[in-house]
Design a protein around this ligand. Structure first.
Ligand code: MN3
Length: 235
């Protein structure tokens, strides 16, 4: 592939990503049925040494792919729900037929959460916008305190789950956690809101490199957060 073509694809993926997630309040579905695995915007080894290449490869190509395959398989039996976006399905999750409800929660959540997470990582050095830094200062005291509080919350998740930074209905920043592949967009979430940052704290996200030391993974990941993307999601 020549560079022009590669740049075109990269730009298209970025544009699709922007459309996909939109901005708080008007976020759209991650893509449409049948769902497909989104490409990463960086290579598997780009986040070394903080996240190792083999973890990225297995996490993206196997774990994320499996969520998509199982979500598609479940939706195959429910044509009426195939045309709804994933976020619509999250919004009405407790009203869905039982079999679909479980699949949307686990595999739909898995697909959305990972598609979101990949965009929030970058090998490049990025900084939050002045607006976002202001918001961090107001809500948490400083950006360092935001990071420390989010790492601490991530450490507190028992078993598998996620730590999120969300914008609440009151337009406030809040750190929340979810278990498994639940997310703050789901109708029955304890803390609802629009995510602008997420960290996967499932063992599959860090075990090969960090083993039981989730705290070290949660320290290291701050080196590869895509603050430019987080800033775009916040307004
Ligand atoms: Mn994961």
């Amino acid at each position: 592939m020549d560079n022009t073509r590669r740049d075109f694809i990269k730009t298209s993926v970025l544009a699709a990503g922007a459309l996909t997630f939109g901005l708080p309040g008007k976020a759209k579905a991650v893509s449409e049925y049948p769902y497909v695995l989104p490409s990463l915007l960086y290579s598997f080894n780009a986040l070394e040494p903080h996240i190792d290449a083999l973890t990225m490869e297995i996490h993206h190509d196997k774990h994320h792919k499996t969520y998509i395959d199982k979500l598609n398989a479940a939706l195959e039996k429910f044509p009426d729900y195939q045309t709804k976006g994933l976020q619509d399905l999250f919004e009405q999750i407790s009203l869905l037929p039982d079999e679909l409800k479980v699949a949307v929660r686990n595999h739909g959540g898995g697909h959305w959460n990972h598609s979101f997470f990949w965009q929030l990582l970058s090998p490049e050095n990025t900084l939050p916008s002045a607006t976002l830094i202001d918001a961090f200062n107001k809500s948490f005291g400083s950006m360092d305190q935001l990071k420390a509080a989010m790492s601490k919350s991530g450490l507190s998740v028992f078993g598998s789950g996620w730590v999120w930074l969300i914008v609440t209905a009151e337009k406030e920043l809040k750190i929340v956690t979810t278990s498994n592949q639940n997310n703050p967009l789901m109708r029955d979430a304890v803390d609802k809101g629009t995510p602008i940052l997420a960290i996967d704290v499932w063992e599959h996200a860090y075990y090969l490199k960090y083993q039981n030391k989730r705290n070290e993974y949660l320290d290291g990941i701050w080196n590869v957060i895509n603050w430019k993307r987080v800033s775009e999601l916040y307004f």
